[in-house]
Write a protein that binds this ligand. Structure first.
Ligand code: ZN
Length: 78
């Protein structure tokens, strides 16, 4: 059931990845997300069910597994 990478056409392999989603002042990290990953170019594909799960977690009030600090760099000030 391996799909072909839409970018470079190599075979994608099932794996678990870290996915970081950011908007406005909120950054959310998802770990061990099931995905298909291209070992050649790094392209990542999620199934629709996984996307739904990520979205529902983003908007849920479920406590996070853990919380990390995120450094912020402003290049306009550099
Ligand atoms: Zn690829």
């Amino acid at each position: 059931m391996s799909r072909e990478c839409p970018v470079c056409h190599h075979t994608m392999e099932a794996g678990q990845i870290r996915h970081v989603q950011a908007w406005h002042d909120r950054v959310v990290v998802f770990e061990n997300v099931p995905a298909e990953v291209c070992a050649h170019c790094g392209e990542v594909l999620f199934t629709g069910a996984v996307v739904d799960k990520l979205n529902s977690l983003l908007w849920s009030t479920t406590p996070a597994t853990r919380t990390i600090e995120a450094p912020v760099y402003d290049l306009s000030a550099a």
